[in-house]
Write a protein that binds this ligand. Structure first.
Ligand SMILES: *[C@@H]1O[C@H](CO)[C@@H](O)[C@H](O)[C@H]1NC(C)=O
Ligand SMILES: *[C@@H]1O[C@H](CO)[C@@H](O)[C@H](O)[C@H]1NC(C)=O
Ligand SMILES: *[C@@H]1O[C@H](CO)[C@@H](O)[C@H](O)[C@H]1NC(C)=O
Ligand SMILES: *[C@@H]1O[C@H](CO)[C@@H](O)[C@H](O)[C@H]1NC(C)=O
Ligand SMILES: *[C@@H]1O[C@H](CO)[C@@H](O)[C@H](O)[C@H]1NC(C)=O
Ligand SMILES: *[C@@H]1O[C@H](CO)[C@@H](O)[C@H](O)[C@H]1NC(C)=O
Ligand SMILES: *[C@@H]1O[C@H](CO)[C@@H](O)[C@H](O)[C@H]1NC(C)=O
Ligand SMILES: *[C@@H]1O[C@H](CO)[C@@H](O)[C@H](O)[C@H]1NC(C)=O
Ligand SMILES: *[C@@H]1O[C@H](CO)[C@@H](O)[C@H](O)[C@H]1NC(C)=O
Ligand SMILES: *[C@@H]1O[C@H](CO)[C@@H](O)[C@H](O)[C@H]1NC(C)=O
Length: 387
């Protein structure tokens, strides 16, 4: 580690913290996590030069930081030890996740053009024979305020790429996420972003190639803009799943997803709430999905409230003020849009405009259940089924 003092000797603690540091790898067989943690604590800017690959073999707890710039020009590579990390990742109770790296605090910048390599292949293969294996999320922003992550690439996350947990004013700009398995075992659960208990989040101008949700809005996510994404191979831009846990009230409000290219995906724009016995409750309000261009997407537009269980055990999650606007492209199944609601007015003010979806192998079907649709595409759906 190299410290470059910018200011003369006799510094206050704050000025010492203004140091600029550069760290390079300790060498074969050595864990670089401790020196990276030390540098981030001591220095305001930490540069990892482009020629450097840091070997991260123990968890990175970077919580409670303030005014830090991590200039990643090189590579942060997590050691592919499945046995080690499955026992030593930091745990989060929400959906039983673990993570390699927690980053939190105020006024943080992560950029530099470098790569965060999650060494996912070992995990894709291990998970195929042990589906109970806990796999680490690559980066968790935890209690993070005024944070920017930009001009960074991520490769092969074992699990979700980014978990924004307790974030406020967080922006991701110009990041590339790619999870590709080289074996027959898929890169499963590699969500691009999962946002939870967070407010004011922007994800823009980014390219994602993965094996699960491109972006997912989990409970208590408000005021999010997702713009200019190109998602390939994913499960789409999803609200939910909400209302999963009995006794817990989930809120997702004020979300706009705009200018999205979605290719080879399972879903395009999706809202997913739990129905069935013993579920929780919540509200999904003021969500706009607009300017989506979809190519070969199985379900370009959908709600998924487990329609079989809906009539018996309606979802307790209300869905209000939803706008699907200018969604164009092709579906790989004949039902290109499926808006299925639980009975008793669980869904209200649902607007569909300028939808233009086709099914190349036949007639495109637009279906709905227990919902009154407004907008210039409502007639495509005909009369919705009621149960
Ligand atoms: C990374 O560090 C771990 C722990 O010291 C070591 O076992 C492993 O061989 C190192 N990996 C590389 C590529 O040097
Ligand atoms: C991370 O470090 C902080 C400060 O030392 C500590 O309070 C916190 O418990 C640690 N987090 C985890 C998950 O270990
Ligand atoms: C949000 O974070 C950015 C980047 O850190 C900062 O420039 C901006 O002032 C913050 N906005 C608010 C309202 O604090
Ligand atoms: C986006 O990030 C990459 C590095 O991942 C960089 O090479 C490129 O210049 C950035 N683009 C913009 C517009 O900043
Ligand atoms: C997009 O996803 C498809 C299907 O998963 C895959 O075959 C293809 O290689 C991906 N394309 C890119 C550019 O990553
Ligand atoms: C979400 O916010 C509501 C209202 O503040 C609260 O009751 C609920 O417990 C929160 N949900 C979670 C998962 O924290
Ligand atoms: C709906 O959410 C968007 C942000 O996605 C926000 O700009 C707009 O003001 C919200 N509308 C209402 C009526 O709250
Ligand atoms: C949604 O946006 C509106 C309009 O900006 C704002 O009044 C409201 O407080 C926001 N809701 C939440 C939960 O932040
Ligand atoms: C639908 O498309 C037309 C023509 O592009 C445009 O004038 C109109 O504003 C659009 N409607 C909505 C609700 O976006
Ligand atoms: C959707 O938006 C595109 C790009 O703005 C525009 O060219 C197209 O006419 C719109 N389609 C509809 C159906 O409004």
């Amino acid at each position: 580690m190299r410290f470059i003092a910018l200011l003369p000797l006799g510094l206050s603690a704050f000025q010492v913290a203004a140091a600029q540091c550069t760290i390079t790898a300790l060498g074969t067989g050595k864990d670089d996590a401790p020196q990276l943690l030390t540098a981030v604590k001591a220095c305001s800017t930490v540069t990892i030069p482009s020629s450097t690959t840091l070997n991260i073999s123990s968890p990175l707890n970077m919580t409670g930081l303030s005014n830090k710039h991590l200039n990643l020009e090189g590579t942060i590579k997590f050691n592919p030890s499945v046995t080690y990390w499955s026992k030593n990742g930091f745990p989060f109770s929400y959906q039983t996740q673990i993570t390699y790296w927690i980053l939190g605090g105020t006024n943080l910048l992560l950029d530099g053009g470098g790569l965060i390599d999650g060494s996912g292949q070992a995990w894709y293969d291990a998970f195929a024979s042990d589906s109970s294996l806990l796999r680490p999320v690559t980066l968790t922003l935890y209690q993070a305020t005024n944070v920017v992550v930009q001009n960074i690439r991520y490769a092969n996350s074992p699990e979700w790429f980014n978990f924004v947990n307790g974030g406020k004013n967080v922006t991701f700009n110009n990041v590339t996420l790619s999870a590709v398995s080289t074996s027959k075992n898929g890169a499963v659960n590699t969500d691009g972003w999962d946002i939870y208990l967070s407010d004011t989040v922007t994800i823009k101008n980014s390219v994602i190639n993965n094996g699960d949700d491109c972006v997912s809005f989990k409970p208590n996510t408000t005021n999010v803009l997702v713009s200019g994404l190109s998602c390939n191979g994913s499960h789409g831009i999803s609200v939910g799943s909400l209302g999963q846990y009995a006794g817990i009230y989930d809120i997702v409000e004020n979300i706009t997803a705009t200018n999205i290219k979605m290719s080879n995906a399972q879903n395009g724009a999706r809202i997913k709430c739990w129905a069935g016995s013993g579920v929780g409750s919540g509200i999904v309000k003021n969500i706009t999905f607009e300017f989506f261009t979809e190519t070969a997407v199985e379900n370009p537009v959908c709600y998924e409230t487990s329609s079989s269980e809906c009539s018996e055990f309606p979802s307790n999650t209300l869905i209000q003020d939803i706008f699907f606007t200018n969604i164009t492209g092709t579906g790989t199944s004949s039902t290109v849009a499926d808006l299925g609601c639980s009975p008793d007015s669980r869904c209200s003010d649902i607007n569909v405009n300028n939808l233009s979806l086709s099914y190349p192998s036949g007639t495109a079907k637009y279906t709905c259940q227990n919902v009154q649709l407004s907008g210039n595409s409502a007639s495509l759906f005909g009369t919705c089924k009621t149960t």
